[in-house]
Design a protein around this ligand. Structure first.
Ligand code: G6P
Length: 313
């Protein structure tokens, strides 16, 4: 799976779905690295390219490399008549509608939804999941609109926290499992539109570097849904608080009841089935960046130095 920017982070989330649900090994890379490292391609490889515009130069070049090597090319694109769509064997449109803001937002949630559905469909077609499991996943996917609406109701809470985040110089986002790419996406969005330096890290890597940055000036956003990794995320969060770090914890109410002691702020998220949790947590990741940008007075739609579609290397 190859892409750039936010589309790359959608691929990163999808890797967790494909490996866990479909049991297919997946490699993800940013297109600008992938295309120059001359990866060997084994017969039977399918290459998936994800792009909102379908015109990103590095992604298109990576697609051409894989097509020359004989891989089957599948693309997830928002602009159905784009170059990437035209040069693919199979196209899955993401149907997000025209996206105007430079930083990709609704295209990201739409890409995730397409990729989750694809993983579930392939798993079923391969017989890796049975009919009952398949129906269960489809029911989960059908909960997305309702849970996104619920997640959007955190608006006011996010606005309040954003006023505090707007004064920070550096912000760290932490997540485990599929929340790790979401942590990177939260940090990317914040950098892009509020110009605050932010890093997304896997929570377990905290002790291998970023913990040295923790002090009372650095807010740490912890994405910790109530899943199998919750306890581990909480223990990483406590390591941050033990060093005077200011933790903003995002979890469902049950998670907050269990772990919010000593946090700087909390945001209550709807409880969601594991499959779609990354899609629902994209909402606070985007809202945090948006309201921080509004608080700082930056242009959230047209951030400086960035282009909607990067058609040069
Ligand atoms: C630019 C945009 C990002 C986008 C990336 C990839 O950097 O500002 O929002 O994620 O390109 O674009 P694509 O059209 O290929 O998804």
């Amino acid at each position: 799976m190859v892409a750039c920017g936010t589309a790359f982070l959608a691929c990163h989330v999808a890797k967790y779905w494909f490996e866990k649900i479909v049991r297919i090994p997946v490699e993800v890379d940013v297109a600008s690295e992938f295309r120059y490292r001359e990866p060997p391609v084994t017969p039977g490889t399918t290459a998936i390219f994800v792009s909102q515009s379908g015109e990103t130069a590095d992604t298109l070049a990576a697609l051409r490399y894989m097509a020359l090597k004989g891989a089957t090319i599948l693309s997830v694109v928002n602009v159905a008549e784009s170059s990437i769509a035209r040069e693919s064997d199979l196209v899955l449109p993401s149907y997000a509608g025209i996206e105007i803001g430079v930083a990709s937002t609704k295209a990201f949630t739409a890409q995730l939804t397409v990729l989750a559905l694809l993983a579930v469909k392939i798993a079923h077609a391969k017989g890796v999941i049975n009919d009952i499991q398949y129906q269960g996943y489809i029911t989960d996917l059908n909960c997305i609109p309702r849970l996104i609406s619920q997640a959007l109701s955190i608006d006011v809470a996010v606005q309040k926290v954003a006023l505090k985040l707007a004064t920070a110089q550096d912000i760290i986002f932490l997540g485990r499992g599929s929340m790790y790419p979401l942590a990177m996406e939260g940090a990317l969005k914040l950098k892009e539109i509020s110009y605050i330096h932010a890093e997304g890290y896997p929570s377990g890597e905290l002790k291998h570097g970023p913990i040295a940055l923790i002090d009372k000036k650095v807010p740490v956003v912890v994405l910790a849904p109530m899943d199998a990794l919750f306890e581990k995320s909480v223990s990483n969060m406590q390591e941050v608080m033990a060093r005077a770090g200011k933790v903003l914890l995002l979890s469902c109410q049950q998670g907050l009841n269990a772990a919010s002691d000593g946090t700087w702020a909390t945001i209550s998220m709807p409880a969601a089935p594991e499959l779609i949790t990354p899609i629902i947590y994209a909402v606070p990741a985007q809202l945090l960046a948006y309201y921080t940008a509004v608080a700082k007075g930056t242009d959230a739609d047209q951030p400086r130095n960035l282009a909607k579609s990067v058609t040069v290397e």
